[in-house]
Design a protein around this ligand. Structure first.
Ligand SMILES: [Ca+2]
Ligand SMILES: [Ca+2]
Length: 154
């Protein structure tokens, strides 16, 4: 009798192992399916045949601003991170690419300066204006938002 139970236990263990393996396989399958789906949605976002398929999405300052296929726009601005919005879009090799009229100054892509870094107010004002002025105070030089930066400097 005891021997029979042992055999039954063995069988049961094997069955459980097989079930666990199958479940694991399903979970891994779902994971890879989801990952591939995310990638293909991103690719679709930018896919195009002609320039008219592409539109500018978002504004400078939105996280995912850029050029997208007009039928596959992102759902929202994507949160807070810096993105320089292109002036227009073109379809290049099947992908919507941004066209920038003004070359974006690399110094304007992140908060790189404080008022202490400038020797004069005019110098700070120049950087502020070049980066887009009041609409893009990336360096946080004009805390009160009146368009005049680093009032403490002479
Ligand atoms: Ca700063
Ligand atoms: Ca000010």
């Amino acid at each position: 009798m005891a021997k029979l139970n042992k055999q039954k236990m063995k069988k049961l263990l094997i069955i459980i192992s097989v079930i666990v393996l199958i479940l694991l396989g399903i979970v891994i399958g779902i994971y890879y399916y989801a990952m591939n789906n995310v990638e293909s949605t991103t690719a679709e976002n930018k896919f195009c045949e002609t320039n008219s398929d592409c539109v500018v999405f978002g504004e400078t300052g939105d996280c995912n601003c850029g050029c997208y296929n007009k039928n596959f726009l992102p759902e929202d601005s994507g949160g807070a991170c810096f993105c320089a919005a292109p002036t227009s879009c073109s379809c290049t090799k099947g992908k919507c690419e941004g066209v920038f009229d003004d070359v974006v100054d690399e110094n304007c892509l992140s908060n790189a300066y404080n008022c202490d870094d400038f020797s004069s107010q005019a110098e700070a004002q120049d950087v502020f204006d070049k980066c887009g002025g009041i609409d893009n105070d990336i360096h946080g030089l004009d805390k009160d938002g009146d368009g005049v930066v680093c009032e403490g400097l002479s």
